[in-house]
Design a protein around this ligand. Structure first.
Ligand SMILES: Nc1ncnc2c1ncn2[C@@H]1O[C@H](COP(=O)(O)OP(=O)(O)OP(=O)(O)O)[C@@H](O)[C@H]1O
Length: 272
């Protein structure tokens, strides 16, 4: 059996008197997508900040490749191969694709004080990396990042993380602000990262997106893992209900859809 790349063992996190995470045990293996689901305030952001060195656990352990590790800073986590991509791709709208791909580690040509940014090489590498991940519509490295669609921007950020050797890819709501087609591109690239053997932690509110790529699911409720299951073990309705803390969201959804079907697509009036 493959060993997990990253594991949390009994992690707790408090901010002063406020206990935010309780006894979190989770692991993710190479080539696996772990979906972290949970309602607003469930503790997802705090958990990914612990995995990426922004916060330290109050107690409990983080392991990489079976060895205890600590990530005192985000840089240490990044050097260990943990890469976080945030909702809007974390890229720079006024930079070109090539420049933003290499920001901080720009390839240069020339010598000593005469070194200059090697625009052509940066563009070629960036475009190839994105195309290799299956996003073939990006072909001009001089294009500004700000002109890309949300899905393309996410894809660029993911391709960048993969190119620079990420082993664990944490995707924080990558599809939240995207339309169906754009979300499909991002989900495709998540699958490609998985195929390359990365461990992916995919944070989302959207059960359908989670089900499209997830191998393993954890539902957080009020800072604790309320359910931990594998692909195929629960239906979409069961997962939706779990995320809502047991309230019957799935039947409410079905009721609304039924009303709209019988009223020419009009939603029911809001409850008084
Ligand atoms: N620095 C902090 N100090 C005190 N409380 C905090 C701090 N950070 C987070 N919390 C609390 O921890 C709880 C979990 O927050 P967190 O942001 O991790 O949730 P989330 O699941 O990411 O929510 P969302 O989906 O809305 O982003 C919230 O009640 C929040 O107020």
């Amino acid at each position: 059996m493959t060993a997990p790349i990253l594991a949390l063992r009994g992690v707790n996190k408090s901010f002063g008197p406020i206990d935010v995470l309780h006894d979190i045990t989770l692991e993710v293996k190479p080539g696996e997508v772990l979906c972290l689901l949970g309602d607003n305030g469930a503790g997802k952001s705090t958990l990914i900040k612990i995995m990426s060195g922004v916060h330290q656990p109050s107690s409990g352990m983080i392991e990489m490749d079976g060895q205890p590790v600590s990530f005192p800073t985000p840089r240490v986590a990044a050097e260990a191969g943990i890469s976080t991509v945030h909702q809007f791709g974390g890229t720079f709208p006024l930079m070109s694709i090539g420049r933003s791909f290499f920001v901080g580690v720009e390839p240069t040509w020339g010598w000593g004080p005469f070194r200059v940014y090697d625009r052509k090489r940066a563009n070629a590498i960036a475009v190839k990396a994105v195309q290799d991940m299956g996003i073939t519509r990006i072909s001009d490295g001089d294009r500004l990042v700000g002109g890309l669609s949300g899905g393309e921007r996410q894809s660029l950020a993911i391709a960048r993380a993969v190119h620079f050797g990420a082993r664990v890819l944490i995707l924080d709501e990558p599809t939240a602000a995207l339309g169906v087609k754009q979300a499909t591109h991002v989900l495709r690239i998540v699958n490609e990262a998985k195929r390359r053997g990365l461990a992916v932690i995919f944070i989302t509110h959207q059960v359908m997106h989670a089900m499209a790529v997830g191998d393993h699911f954890a539902v957080l409720i009020r800072g604790a893992v309320a359910a931990d299951f594998k692909k195929g073990e629960k239906t979409r309705e069961e997962i939706t209900d779990l995320m809502a803390g047991g309230a019957s969201m799935a039947s409410l959804e079905a009721e609304i859809e039924g009303f709209m079907a019988s009223h020419d697509g009009h939603p029911p009036p809001p409850a008084e």
